[in-house]
Design a protein around this ligand. Sequence first.
Ligand code: GLU
Length: 291
Amino acid sequence: MATNQANNGFVTRFAPSPTGRLHKGHAYSALLAFARSRQEGGRFILRIEDIDTTRCRGDFVDGIYEDLAWLGLTWEQPVRRQSEHFVDYEAALERLKAMGVVYPCFCTRKDISREIAASESAPHGPDGPIYPGICKGRTDSEALLAKGTPHAWRLDLEAALKLIGGGPLVWQDEVKGKVIATPEELGDIVLARKDTPTSYHLSVVVDDALQGITHIIRGEDLFHATHIHVVLQKLLGYPTPLYHHHGLLLDEHGERFAKRNKSVTLESLRNDGTDPATLLSHPSDFGCPNA
Ligand code: GLU
């Protein structure tokens, strides 16, 4: 593949969560990002997103390294593992607290579903029902915090948008063009969970900034998350990278590849004697709808 002159201004990444073995969908995404970094003469970073210490496993991390190496990918060392950097996410959360754009949430899942069931129209977003704001503005928060009541931290989206002010938030997407963010569809998302001092949204935004990622190439299943990521980037003073949300690979039944379907893991393809070169030289074999 032709490599342009070194362009270290181009930095992309592949950021899997080690909750299972990688499948063809992951291979497609990783190869797309890797090939692009080579075309641009830029950098390719692998990041392990293992904040969920109950679901992530060390053997799946090893599996990621094995599978990507089998595909012929190389990446920079050391690999950032999010579970080793909770202090970075806590520091970002502290900054957001100081801005007055977060609030503690003491709700259990049951509290939230009960509230939603009781309300006449519970707005739904791409991630399911939007948090109905039970803990927003509650007057006993300080007392509950002082007592050590388990709590998450949520973004106060209304306060955040007020603080950001100005016109609409936008991002540039290589597939979809200019996108006007509608973070209201996700609402007051969780920034730090009860059991983990961060969340996917917070840690991904912090890491993309810390690692100087200029191009985010990932599946369109994460397109909706970008609506909130641009809000966090603005609040924290981070640049908004260029995005490329690619179409998802579908199996012969038209279903998305999923980690639970063992037959299509890269490990099983390798064990069946598949030559990874076939995946590399015929990316169209992946059957992806809109790369
Ligand atoms: N860790 C996420 C996942 O495995 C991907 C994060 C991202 O690319 O922003 O789905």
